[in-house]
Write a new protein. Structure first.
Length: 287
């Protein structure tokens, strides 16, 4: 049993967490480069939260320019036990409408140029990723979304594209044929890195639009921004309800120790430089 400490990565439209008590803003250095910005830490309903804006202050980072490794590493250094991502998404299904939320349970990775792993040369690890999100967190997040007054879809497949451009109509139709339910640009490699960092991960998608499959029009950024404003208020309310709904004590998750069977390189053969970069990710293994 342990205390919860929820790390939150806020996406487009959610640049601050709302009512954070005893809040302080801290700069956290990462061995993997510069995070998107400072981390705001405090409590919501008595539960410790640490928040980072994925795209930085003023939304200055495009999806491909976000340093996902540094963001996850920085939150791990803050001592978070679990990771919640809140992201703007497009809908690939008629019954998933703008203004609604989706608690994602599967991801198709179509990103191309991003750093996908903490484990570079010198230490090899292969984490299992069949189910990239945590079912325990997802269930609690779904309940919190409902209490925040939004229609929520429990489960859905997220297609992660590179961007920053939106999809062509042919791509959008293809993703529907693949079984995609929603589309976005940031779930990967974020979910991969959370698993390597032994952090259970949950993804709440805030639907802003129907992707271009639906009609002869195109994705309209102005319309998206209008929907995003209302979604952000619901997301902050969701965080409040999520904190209030957590059990008093956190039971262990299998993901907490996933590296025990994922690292192939014997500890005696770990490259010193790679090991020093992974000090936060692998600290538990040195105890």
């Amino acid at each position: 049993m342990a205390e919860w400490h929820i790390g939150v990565i806020g996406g487009s439209g959610l640049y601050e967490p709302g009512d954070l008590q005893d809040a302080q803003e801290i700069q956290v250095n990462s061995a993997f480069g510069e995070p998107s910005g400072p981390i705001a830490t405090g409590r919501i309903g008595g539960v410790k939260f640490s928040f980072i804006a994925r795209h930085g202050a003023g939304h200055r980072l495009s999806p491909s320019d976000v340093n996902y490794r540094a963001n996850v590493d920085a939150l791990k250094r803050c001592g978070v036990t679990d990771l919640m991502a809140v992201s703007a998404i497009g809908s690939l299904r008629e019954d998933i409408a703008p203004g609604e939320f989706v608690v994602v349970d599967q991801i198709i990775d179509r990103t191309l140029v991003r750093e996908r792993s903490f484990f570079d040369k010198g230490i090899v690890a292969h984490v299992p990723l069949a189910d990239p999100v945590c079912p325990r967190l997802s269930k609690m997040a779904g309940k919190a979304c409902g209490k925040a007054g939004t229609r929520v879809h429990q489960g859905g497949t997220y297609v992660a594209i590179e961007g920053p451009q939106f999809s062509t109509r042919a791509e959008s139709l293809m993703y529907r044929e693949w079984g995609g339910d929603v589309i976005g640009m940031t779930a990967m490699p974020e979910a991969r890195l959370a698993r390597e960092a032994e952090l259970p991960y949950v993804l709440i998608g805030m639907v802003t639009d129907y992707d271009c499959w639906r009609d002869k029009g195109d994705v309209d950024v102005a319309a998206i921004l209008k929907v995003m404003a209302g979604n952000a208020d619901k997301a902050r309310s969701m965080l409040t309800h999520f904190g209030a709904g957590l059990p008093k004590q956190r039971k262990a998750s299998p993901i907490d120790t996933i590296l025990d069977t994922a690292i192939i390189t014997p500890k005696d053969n770990w490259d010193p430089l790679a090991s020093s970069k992974l000090d936060a990710i692998t600290r538990r293994l040195w105890k």
